[in-house]
Design a protein around this ligand. Structure first.
Ligand code: PMP
Length: 438
């Protein structure tokens, strides 16, 4: 008996040791885990998380089927670690066109498990303990924990809204950086800035002037640019997506990040990529080869074929990239109309498939709890999905802790949805509006 007692004592003693690595402190909460579950439980219409509910294009799914059962059984095996050769080759050809420079598919391109892993490789490879990384708010939420996991310190700079004076709807272009404020964030501690244009959640497409300002500061302070361009093809009203890497002095210090999930409406495939100079990518390859090693061969093969098609049809009306942005612009306009019609003022996005709307006129339905730690927009979106069946995402989820409470009257909708889904959302909003006024 004695022997077994001492054994259980020693086992217990071992289990009391902290298990969590220090780098995980304070980053355990994740908006998507919580809101995906809420949407799955309560939503009738899900305009929350960013993914299309319409099918990926036939040419892409057919390419996948061919890769799966087309007779080349080697496509079921490992491929090259840093990217399946046909995919890195066609990506290099495509980006040569877009950037107007020669690219080596083996050293200037790397394939990743979605843009998420591309981001993770960037922060792990380029950011050290004590480095500062500038993040423009509002931002895709994972930038902050990823910087912290790398030992870096995020430094936030906000896009500031300037409401239009003429009573027009606000546009994402009305959210701008204050040049002096931006400049004040750069110092000798700054290692990198994260740029996301078109921006999730606002849909802002940074202008050449704004990108020029960022580029100038990067060159002046010898700072790297992690340029998340996953929505590069989703720009509206004839706007142009400008790649900061094409500005003077920027190629050598920029990593461009892309995603087949967004580009070909197939978010579940998790194929992403980075394009950039070898002096940066060689370090991303070190992280990649020591973490995931490589991504699913068949998905890479199918995406390669998708890009080959798009390269052939580049700029033509049959191009999927051209068609998708046209279709999404129409969907954006429907949602803008629905929201404006009920007084949930939309901020018209210039790009992405997201739209931010002001819920101030609906606040009387969802009273605030002043003592609560939870920002009001969280409370509102949770109430909305539970009581109205409509899922959206609170905008404050895209802000740092210190600035969360500055923007609690705004929520984000995703409009990459079938016409029927957007109609169902409109019905919910109309009914809600009638209940309020009757
Ligand atoms: N960056 C941004 C700005 C995004 O919105 C997303 C997806 N929501 C990603 C990166 C991640 O993309 P992927 O699904 O390819 O990992």
């Amino acid at each position: 008996v004695k022997a077994s007692n001492s054994l259980s004592f020693s086992l217990q003693a071992k289990m009391s040791r902290p298990v969590q690595a220090r780098r995980l402190e304070g980053i355990d909460k994740n908006i998507w885990v919580e809101f995906v579950k809420l949407a799955a439980t309560y939503s009738k219409v899900n305009l929350g998380q960013g993914f299309p509910d319409f099918p990926a294009p036939d040419f892409l799914t057919e390419a996948f089927t061919r890769a799966l059962s087309g007779g080349n059984h080697m496509l079921h095996q490992y491929t090259r670690a840093f990217g399946h050769p046909p995919l890195v080759k066609v990506l290099a050809q495509f980006f040569e066109k877009l950037l107007g420079r020669d690219l080596d598919p083996m050293t200037n391109v790397m394939v990743t498990v979605g843009a998420y892993q591309a981001l993770f490789c960037c922060f792990q490879a380029l950011v050290d303990e004590g480095d500062e990384v500038i993040i423009i708010e509002p931002f895709f939420d994972c930038y902050e924990p990823m910087v912290k996991m790398a030992g870096g310190t995020p430094v936030f700079v906000p896009l500031r809204p300037n409401p239009p004076k003429d009573g027009k709807l606000m546009s994402s272009a009305d959210w701008q950086l204050d040049p002096a404020e931006l400049a004040s964030k750069f110092s000798e501690r700054t290692k990198a800035i994260v740029l996301n244009s078109p921006n999730n959640p606002l849909g802002k497409v940074f202008s050449r002037g704004e990108l020029g300002l960022i580029a100038e500061l990067c060159v002046k302070h010898d700072v790297l640019c992690i340029s998340d361009e996953v929505y590069e093809w989703l720009v509206y009203d004839g706007k142009q997506h400008i790649r900061i890497a094409s500005l003077q002095g920027m190629w050598d210090r920029t990593v461009i990040i892309g995603s087949a999930g967004k580009t070909f409406s197939a978010t579940g495939w998790k194929v992403g990529w980075v394009v950039g100079p070898n002096r940066l990518l060689q370090h991303l390859r070190t992280v990649h080869q020591n973490s995931v090693y490589h991504c699913a061969t068949i998905a890479q093969e199918a995406v390669a074929q998708g890009f080959q098609r798009e390269l052939m049809l580049y700029g033509k009306p049959e191009s999927y990239f051209v068609q998708l942005s046209k279709e999404l612009q129409q969907k954006r306009d429907w949602l803008v109309q629905s929201l404006d019609g009920v007084g949930m003022k939309p901020i018209v996005p210039e790009g992405t498939y997201f739209l931010v709307a002001d819920i101030s006129q609906f606040k009387s339905d969802v009273p605030d709890v002043p003592s609560s730690d939870e920002p009001y927009d969280y409370r509102f979106t949770k109430w909305m999905v539970k009581n109205k069946g409509l899922a959206a995402i609170p905008l404050s989820a895209f802000y740092s802790e210190a600035h969360k409470n500055n923007y609690t009257n705004l929520i984000r909708f995703c409009f990459a949805k079938e016409e029927a889904t957007l109609k169902a959302a409109n019905d919910i909003l109309q009914k809600w509006k009638q209940e309020k006024t009757s």
